[in-house]
Design a protein around this ligand. Structure first.
Ligand SMILES: Cc1cc2nc3c(=O)[nH]c(=O)nc-3n(C[C@H](O)[C@H](O)[C@H](O)COP(=O)(O)O)c2cc1C
Length: 223
């Protein structure tokens, strides 16, 4: 029998009282505003402020749309988009090839904040992939070669053997090549929502929506 926690889950709650959001406080450009919030998150005790939940929509074997989510690490953001790196044969990458619509969610619970970015994903240009790949620790580069991400493994040992194989293969190479099945996705946003928890569950939600003339419109949403 499952042992129930001493405090019932239904009673777990905190009140949100760390800040307020007014439109006048916000930058006109949501990427600039994200930068302010990201800096604050990075300087706070959040363990991985650049961890985000990436949601994609793929097709199941019957051809029905099915959502998928997973955490990845944000590696860059600018006017060109928000980027992360991964295996190009992974579940998320297959989803994005078929359907580039994607959502990135930053759950900054310690700050009573959440940012949700919706947009379209494009592949990161290969020269940027090369540059980022070679900035990673050597062991992570070998790790990228060793894993056919999201495919079924016979055993843990099979993965460790694959790593040992590539470690051996690249032993005398100073510069490990980038696997062509590894790369990055860059998400160009068209909607960015900033959420700040408030008392009595009357939270502040300000959403930026990209207009046809490339300007951003800001709206307040009901919590
Ligand atoms: C904190 C954290 C950071 C992660 N960062 C990455 C990442 O940057 N890239 C990546 O491919 N997977 C990352 N993962 C693993 C993914 O969550 C996921 O298991 C993997 O990418 C396979 O997902 P998929 O089968 O949906 O494609 C991370 C997981 C956690 C918990």
């Amino acid at each position: 029998m499952v042992k129930m926690p001493q405090v019932p889950v239904s009673e777990l709650r905190i009140s949100y009282d760390l800040g307020v959001l007014h439109q006048e406080m916000m930058a006109a450009d949501p990427i600039e505003q994200f930068g302010h919030w990201f800096e604050h998150a990075r300087d706070s005790p959040i363990l991985e402020s650049n961890a985000m939940v990436v949601s994609t929509v793929g097709l199941d074997p019957q051809g029905n749309a099915r959502p998928g989510s997973r955490t990845v690490l944000l590696k860059d953001f600018s006017d060109s988009g928000f980027s992360f790196y991964t295996n190009l044969g992974s579940g998320k990458s297959s989803d994005l090839v078929a359907n580039p619509n994607v959502t990135l969610l930053f759950p900054w619970y310690e700050l009573h904040r959440q940012v949700i970015i919706s947009g379209k994903a494009n592949l990161v240009p290969r020269d940027m992939v090369e540059e980022y790949f070679h900035s990673r620790p050597r062991q992570s580069q070998i790790g990228a070669w060793s894993s056919k991400q999201s495919t079924v493994l016979e055993s843990r040992q099979a993965l460790d053997s694959s790593f040992a194989h590539y470690e051996e293969r690249f032993l005398d190479l100073e510069l490990i090549p980038v696997p062509d099945f590894w790369g990055g996705w860059q998400v160009l946003p068209h909607r960015i929502e900033f959420w700040q928890g408030r008392e009595s569950r009357l939270h502040d939600r300000l959403v930026y929506v990209l207009q046809e003339d490339a300007s951003w419109n800001i709206e307040r949403l009901s919590p």
